[in-house]
Write a protein that binds this ligand. Structure first.
Ligand code: GLU
Length: 284
């Protein structure tokens, strides 16, 4: 099997040291394995994606010495593929429209009889307010968020599911049950109102479309990986191997985020840092 990995930044802010680490780790893994390194621009959130951030991504990665296969995949060009997958899930009765606002969800989840609201990978676990008793039929609605009916989606799969995690230097098998998915993930949104898709759906479809054999990404996303494995099963897509790497933290131990512009690669560059300086900072 060809080793093929990718770096999948969202063009919603500057790349920082954490991104440099992720990109270089993926790139080095591909080099070591004699495989391929691909780039994917995750720009489904058109309200936040900016062409200038995308241009900066190419510029910073090129400056770091990373070389990627062309053409680059851009998620905003891939809506037809996401629509097809949503149709498949809808036609199997696994999706339902959700009318709840964030405030409705917070209120329902913190009602006295519910105890403290439980948090999943996407925030508060949906309390099920809009979940229908019977699978939805008819044409798929377009202008409203669609949630995955997790319990229904679990029915036909072979449990437990698992993925292979290489982040600790060995092939670790991480298994999870239908009960885990229902209780700790719940009915996640697969089509967001403003996007017509979601991170989870798009990432799974595009990793398959790009033939990704190894996903290298930060540990902040390991909680989302069972969702991705489950979607791969539901959509009959292959499972890559995963490598979730440690996160780069700032001096106070806080994880770097896009808003931490102080750690932007561009700023270090402007101050005269060389790619090997960035490498040293990103890989202590
Ligand atoms: N686009 C995501 C991010 O910038 C990465 C998703 C992934 O690697 O699966 O955090």
């Amino acid at each position: 099997m060809t080793f093929r990995t990718r770096f999948a930044p969202s063009p919603t802010g500057p790349l920082h040291l954490g991104h440099a680490y992720s990109a270089l780790l993926a790139y080095d893994s591909a080099q070591t394995a004699g495989g391929e390194f691909l780039l994917r621009i995750e720009d489904i959130d058109q309200s936040r994606a900016r062409p200038e951030w995308e241009a900066q991504i190419y510029d910073d990665l090129g400056w770091l010495g990373v070389v990627w296969e062309t053409p680059v995949m851009r998620q905003s060009d891939r809506m037809a593929a996401y629509d097809t997958a949503l149709d498949t899930l809808w036609n199997r009765g696994l999706l339902y429209p959700c009318h709840c606002s964030r405030a409705d969800i917070a209120a329902a989840a913190s009602a006295p009889q519910e105890g403290a609201p439980l948090l999943g990978p996407d925030g508060i676990i949906y309390p099920g307010t809009c979940r229908p008793n019977q699978p939805c039929t008819g044409p798929r609605p377009r202008d409203i968020p669609l949630r995955l009916d997790m319990a229904r989606a679990c029915v036909d799969l072979d449990w437990p599911l698992h993925f292979v995690e290489e982040g600790n230097g060995t092939d670790e098998i991480i298994a999870f049950s239908a009960k885990d998915m229902i209780e700790t993930v719940g009915d996640i949104v697969l089509a967001r109102r403003d996007m017509g898709t979601s991170y989870h759906l798009s990432v799974v479809i595009d990793d398959a479309a790009q033939g990704i054999s190894h996903v290298v990404r930060g540990l902040d996303l390991i909680g989302a990986t069972p969702i991705h494995i489950m979607l791969q099963e539901l959509l009959d897509l292959p499972h890559p191997t995963y490598h979730h790497h440690r996160l780069i933290r700032d001096d106070t131990g806080k994880r770097l985020a896009k808003r931490d512009d102080a750690r932007a690669i561009k700023l270090f560059r402007d101050e005269g840092a060389s790619p090997s300086d960035i490498l040293a900072m990103a890989k202590p």
